[in-house]
Design a binder for this molecule. Structure first.
Ligand code: CMC
Length: 432
């Protein structure tokens, strides 16, 4: 018997079957159960995927115990220090950092795709003025598939790359337009001489009435937020994109499914939920009341921005953004920001509280990104939209990897717990 296997013994009939253990380049090994049903007639049950690797991937690695996050092998802390978001996009998509010439060419191509089709811009008018910008984003990103469908052959790597350029380039334009529509202001066209983060801020805050100068501090903070949210291996929205795309659906339809998945407060919607919670807490004196609620098993309330499925000691993204939050508040001249004060007190109390320590619930990336975006004057309902803009590179890189592999359609099975076979009454109605 090979040592690199797991043997499962079915005690009903004393059958033993061996499964190979596969080793990745980092992290826990897996055992390959592809033939489990064929050999034992059993499925596995793992709702929430707590012990299940859904695919092989070369893109991102997380060590939740050590608080490590690597994009293509590079620590995210170094990428934030030495690269900008577009360089990280190139890395995630192609596997290597760009050379100087590749970098220039990549920027040229991306900036040539930043405008949206004028017909697409008209689509916004179908939404209510008070529509949540995430609702608009789900719709407009999905509608990109109407503009680029028959022209795309997803089996052709070059076509997949062009889809990636389009999504990277157009997401900030689409997202900023969702905000402008909500505000009742005219859409701003992209400016190709600006960096990716500057351009996004320009499209959000400039108006045709005057000059808008992008603050370098805000642009740097936005760039950091974008890099830190760019990918996170097989999280809910990325898994959604891979699963939706596995049927060979249009890539923009698959990305739109990812936007929908991101929206929930347990995932990307948490940054918006953090700010709502801080406002609800309202003063430092009320923090104990909310901590008590979070610990009460009969109260569904959770401290938003705390806890993570994978990080069990600290979230490396949160550590970087904690520093940025302080920098941005200083730079924006906030001598005393009541919300940030509540956030810091909450962080302190939760980090010392026995319940949060025992359950390993630490502040996550959304806790600090919410505070930063709020200090930058970005409305709360745009927070998750900014997460979506940042994560779009991760989604498209993972989609590209999945289509380029031989994974085939994703089709989970189930443990059926409903009625056994039964007949419809002759009347067709339920009998009294
Ligand atoms: N406040 C209070 N208790 C919590 C919290 C929280 N934020 N998070 C988890 N717990 C408790 C939970 O009640 C459970 O207790 P028990 O074992 O007694 O039932 C235990 O901790 C484990 O929770 P879980 O729900 O099994 O953990 P999970 O891995 O399924 O959930 C999570 C992870 C992020 C969904 C969850 O921690 C949460 O809801 N946090 C708040 C929302 C949030 O900040 N989400 C952003 C995640 S980071 C950005 C991203 O990746 O999208």
């Amino acid at each position: 018997m090979s040592k690199d296997t797991v043997t499962i013994r079915d005690n009903r009939n004393n059958r033993e079957v061996e499964f190979p253990i596969l080793h990745g380049s980092e992290g826990p090994a897996v055992f390959d159960i592809t033939h489990l049903y064929r050999d034992l007639g059993l499925f596995t049950l793992d709702p929430g995927f707590r012990s299940t690797a859904s695919c092989k991937s070369d893109i991102t690695f997380i060590d939740g115990e050590e608080g490590i996050l690597l994009y293509r092998g590079y620590p995210v802390e170094q990428l934030v220090d030495r690269c900008d978001h577009l360089e990280v996009c190139y890395l995630l998509l192609n596997g290597e950092l760009p050379t100087d010439a590749e970098n220039k060419e990549f920027r040229r191509i991306v900036t040539n795709h930043t405008m949206m089709h004028e017909q697409l811009a008209q689509m916004y008018r179908g939404f209510r003025r008070d529509a949540h910008p995430m609702a608009i984003l789900v719709g407009v990103v999905g509608a990109l598939s109407a503009f680029y469908h028959d022209s795309i052959d997803i089996r052709d790597p070059r076509h997949r790359l062009v889809s990636a350029f389009r999504i990277i380039a157009k997401m900030p334009t689409i997202a900023a337009a969702a905000y402008k529509y909500y505000m009742g202001q005219p859409f701003m066209y992209p400016k190709n001489e600006l960096t990716y983060a500057e351009n996004f801020l320009h499209m959000m805050f400039a108006t045709p009435c005057g000059e808008y100068k992008v603050s370098p501090v805000m642009a740097r903070a936005m760039d950091q937020i974008m890099i830190l949210h760019a990918d996170h291996e097989q999280n809910a929205s990325t898994s959604t994109v891979r699963l939706a795309g596995s049927s060979q659906a249009n890539p923009f339809a698959a990305i739109s499914a990812g936007v929908g998945s991101l929206w929930g407060p347990a995932h990307g919607g948490a940054n918006e939920a953090v700010l709502k919670m801080l406002r609800e807490i309202g003063s430092v004196e009320r923090i104990p009341e909310f901590i008590k609620r979070a610990k009460d098993p009969n109260d569904p309330f959770r401290l938003m921005g705390f806890g993570h499925r994978v990080y069990k000691n600290f979230d490396p993204r949160a550590q970087i953004l904690r520093k940025t939050a302080k920098e941005i508040l200083d730079a924006m001249g906030y001598v005393y920001d009541p919300l940030f004060h509540i956030a810091l007190e909450l962080e302190k109390i939760a980090l010392e509280d026995e319940y949060f320590v025992r359950k390993k619930l630490y502040p996550n990336v959304d806790f600090y990104s919410g505070v930063i975006l709020s200090a930058m004057g970005i409305p709360t309902n745009m927070f998750t939209v900014i997460f979506a803009v940042s994560r779009s590179i991760g989604w498209i890189a993972q989609w590209n990897e999945m289509i380029g592999s031989d994974e085939g359609i994703g089709r989970p099975r189930q443990l059926y717990t409903g009625h056994a076979r039964r007949d419809v009454p002759p009347s067709g109605l339920k009998e009294d």
